[in-house]
Design a protein around this ligand. Structure first.
Ligand SMILES: [Cu+2]
Length: 132
């Protein structure tokens, strides 16, 4: 009798966990983005759009190397620490507004290899890989 109850309980808990994982993935905004609205070119400048909310998405981006590049960091009701943005390679550290788009220029000579974007505590991150 006890065993049956325990089995039933663990099935219910497992279903709850699975459901939780599925709904977390549904909310992941990177699932809705396509590459064409992440990296785009306009008049010889490369723009890279990153969403900061509960982390950064997408977490991996491929962009062109050695091009004048502008990051557009978007916040949308962002009250978590992903609003405390740090880009070590640029010596950049800034608190983003809870909602808006913050532009960060990446000089052409630094648009090479890779560029790490993190929260100031290093808990969340994203990386841009520049390929020539
Ligand atoms: Cu953090």
């Amino acid at each position: 009798m006890w065993k049956k109850a325990t089995i039933a309980l663990s099935i219910i808990i497992s279903l709850g966990l699975v459901w939780g994982i599925i709904s977390i993935n549904k909310d992941d905004p990177s699932n809705l983005q396509t590459n064409s609205n992440i990296v785009r070119e306009e008049n010889g400048v490369q723009y890279i759009r990153i969403l900061a909310r509960g982390g950064y998405s997408p977490k991996q981006i491929t962009a062109k190397a050695n091009m004048p590049t502008v990051l557009e960091i978007e916040t949308k009701g962002t009250y978590d620490c992903s609003a405390a943005l740090a880009i070590p390679k640029l010596g950049y550290q800034q608190f983003l507004p809870p909602t808006g788009v913050t532009k960060v220029e990446v000089p052409q000579n630094l648009a090479s290899d890779s560029l790490d974007i993190t929260c100031s505590m290093g808990m969340y991150s994203s990386v841009i890989n520049f390929s020539s």
